[in-house]
Design a protein around this ligand. Structure first.
Ligand code: 5GP
Length: 190
């Protein structure tokens, strides 16, 4: 049987990457879909583990070759996308795929896979809290953080299009909620 698809989307800084990492450490037969991006690598990231880091030219070439399941210019001049080959690689190994993508990408993957996928929206308790988290993470410049906050308000309007919403106020509770809904989905008879 082909693996199922679990989509996690949220505004940047809502905590979805932390939740996705937690789920990967549980016994859920999940494998992370490594996205491609044209943004610069952060100091703690590894090519081929966190992302496939491509130049803008390489990224555009793959768009032209129809290699993406979905792609978005998530921030002006910065592209992110899911390669079809990545999803095929994971599913052909009999594993379930877990995606960490922006809200528009999440909605597109959900539309494509329908009931074979579970789309989860991770919601921060408030925009102020999101700003605090992005500042304390200190992985991005103030300009980048400002862009992300502006975008977050728009992204929050997408929450209703997802199958489930998890409010990440207390991380332990968010871990528990995420694990429960993924577990239920994976064990649901088709
Ligand atoms: P970051 O730069 O913080 O790693 O990611 C920025 C945003 O891009 C996050 O919301 C992240 O989930 C999203 N993103 C990462 N990979 C993909 C992808 O393959 N497709 C889309 N649409 N968004 C992605």
């Amino acid at each position: 049987m082909q693996g199922k698809l679990i989509i996690f989307s949220a505004p940047s800084g809502a905590g979805k990457t932390t939740i996705v990492r937690h789920l990967l450490s549980r016994n859920l037969n999940l494998e992370f879909s490594i996205s491609a991006t044209s943004r610069g690598k952060r100091h703690n990231e590894i090519n081929g583990r966190d992302y496939y880091f491509l130049s803008a030219e390489e990224f555009k070439c793959k768009i032209d070759n129809n290699e993406f399941l979905e792609w978005e210019e998530v921030y002006q001049g910065t592209f992110y996308g899911t390669l079809k080959s990545e999803v095929e690689r994971i599913r052909s190994n009999g594993k379930n795929v877990i995606f960490d993508v922006d809200v528009v990408g999440g909605c597109n993957i959900k539309k494509y896979y329908g009931d074979d996928s579970l789309a989860v929206f991770v919601q921060p308790p408030s925009v102020e809290e999101l700003q605090k988290r992005l500042l304390s993470r200190s992985t991005d410049t103030p300009e980048v953080i400002e862009k992300r906050i502006q975008k977050a308000e728009y992204e929050l309007t997408f929450a209703g299009q997802f199958d489930r919403i998890i409010v990440n106020e207390h991380l332990d509770k968010a871990f528990e909620d995420a694990e429960k809904c993924v577990h239920e989905f994976l064990n649901k008879a088709k």
